[in-house]
Write a protein that binds this ligand. Structure first.
Ligand SMILES: [Fe+2]
Length: 295
């Protein structure tokens, strides 16, 4: 039977697909992950503190990354699965993001956030495929607040990259009046859940290599911490979009990276001849010749 994405993606904002990728596909995806790791883009964020490591990178324009991505995606049913669950005629691949979380401390939780608070994406047809190369026990995986993908757009959550467990910036405005009207301050999800675990319905799955958590990037989500039982989590996130995807501008300026890092990323893309379409305006369909069409 052809693999399917549960309609919970549409109603809850996230779901899991079990056994989607075989060992051969996982090996190709791991090659992509490792290549990205060994050839960072200018906007990679890396923190090391003793044995603890926190690393993320995305939008890597190295041509070999594209080659490895195409090789890994070739023949996979992702386009058909997303077209089916979305009822979308077309499906495109957007980009990759890689994460490494390494700590025995139980303190390196990823802050709850919406990807749409730092990326210009709007509409129903967006999906992140969260792919882990390690068996992730329940309690150490990705946590999703059920149904929040159809809720308000909250502000970006600023956090302390040197100490992800430092929550002191939580709830403080980030974009301020750069958005008109300003987005409401991000909620203190961690604080609320600590006081009342039933305050939010948290979706979370233990996963084996080959399983994929699929979620809408507007849903409020965050990575649970790693700890003594599970000290290292290596994740590759692949992003896709379909017909109902629109450009919604976000204010200029990075969310962790410096302007110099972003300028260097743009310079490299130009140097590498990355194709770009016309500049999108607010409300435009999200499209561009650089996005690999799967359907
Ligand atoms: Fe995210």
């Amino acid at each position: 039977m052809a693999p399917k994405i549960d309609k919970a993606l549409l109603t809850d904002g996230g779901t899991v697909v079990r056994d989607l990728f075989d060992d051969d596909t996982m090996a190709k995806l791991l090659s992509l992950y490792e290549y990205c790791f060994e050839h960072p883009s200018p906007i990679a964020l890396s923190q090391t503190c003793g044995e603890d490591r926190n690393y993320s990178d995305m939008l890597n324009s190295d041509p070999k990354v594209r080659e490895l991505t195409e090789k890994a995606l070739e023949g996979l049913p992702i386009g058909a699965m997303l077209a089916d669950v979305w009822d979308s005629e077309h499906v495109w691949y957007l980009t990759e993001e890689i994460f490494l979380k390494k700590s025995k401390s139980n303190k390196n939780r990823g802050v709850f956030h919406q990807d749409s608070s730092f990326a210009p994406w709007e509409g129903e047809h967006w999906a992140n495929f969260w792919i882990s190369f390690d068996p992730v026990p329940k309690g150490n995986g990705l946590e999703i607040l059920k149904g929040t993908h159809i809720g308000p757009q909250y502000d970006y959550v600023s956090y302390d990259p040197e100490d992800p467990s430092n929550q002191s910036k939580r709830g403080k405005p980030f974009w301020r009046d750069k958005n008109d009207p300003p987005w409401p301050a991000a909620l203190d999800i961690e604080g609320t859940l600590a006081k009342n675990p039933a305050a939010w319905e948290v979706l979370e799955w233990g996963v084996e290599p080959g399983d994929v958590v699929v979620f809408h990037p507007h849903v409020i989500h965050g990575g649970a911490p790693t700890g003594p039982q599970f000290p290292r989590r290596r994740t590759l996130s692949l992003r896709f979009f379909g017909d109902k995807s629109y450009f919604r501008p976000i204010p200029p300026g990075g969310v962790g990276q410096t302007t110099e890092m972003h300028d260097e990323r743009m310079r490299l893309e130009k140097e590498r001849g990355i194709k770009r379409g016309a500049k999108m305006k607010a409300g435009d369909l999200y499209r561009g010749p650089q996005y690999l069409q799967l359907r």
